[in-house]
Design a protein around this ligand. Sequence first.
Ligand SMILES: [Zn+2]
Ligand SMILES: [Zn+2]
Ligand SMILES: [Zn+2]
Length: 254
Amino acid sequence: MKITVLGTGTSIGVPVIGCKCDVCSSADPHDRRLRSSAVVEIQGKRILIDCGPDFREQILRLPFGKLDAVLLTHEHYDHVGGVDDLRPFCVFGAIPIYAEALCVKHLKERMPYCFGENRYPGTPELELHEIVPGESIDVGGVSVLPIRVMHGKMPIVGFRIGRFAYVTDMSDMPEDSFAHLKDLDCLILNALRHTPHHSHQTIKEALSVVEKLGRPKTFLTHLAHTAGLHRDSARFLPEHVRFAYDGLVMNLPE
Ligand SMILES: [Zn+2]
Ligand SMILES: [Zn+2]
Ligand SMILES: [Zn+2]
């Protein structure tokens, strides 16, 4: 299994427009964070997790090829704003999108020209599939498990594929979900910054989740500029946890 991290920034990305802080003015490419997303390649399939407003820029950096599925964690713009840009991938056929019912509803409302009877000619061919947390879906023979996590008061999903899991925009999760995230080889987990936020966990809170899960190798994502410089992060993170960065590639056993 190959994971390519496409973006690791919070909803407004890093650098923040107009900000002159050390992180936003850093020359280190690790401190430039597009909106959070990743591609998983497994058993010859290519699965995109979230499709934010930076999707076009992110996917241009990878070889062009079929996308077998798009998994959406929730309907916030920084996770779905690039759905229209899936259009070039429709040369391989309609693209299945997997999301919870509320996210599906929002996509239909936001992009009515793409769905329903009277589609505008030339719009992307997207097949919407509703998913339910705890019920595995089959993507061309690859089993994907949606897992319930909470984004403040909003229920959203993370995904587990084999011994890899991707959880973003979480503030906390129900006890049941911890059981679905045991025995991981690798976890991508959100952590916004050092100070509390109503709908995202802090770096410290993320570390306690990692601890509770038995310390899998973890990369933190959805980082704000106030999380600090990438090069300083190893000083306050344990050895098995690192800041993710745009372009990070991991090869895991399938
Ligand atoms: Zn987000
Ligand atoms: Zn800044
Ligand atoms: Zn969100």
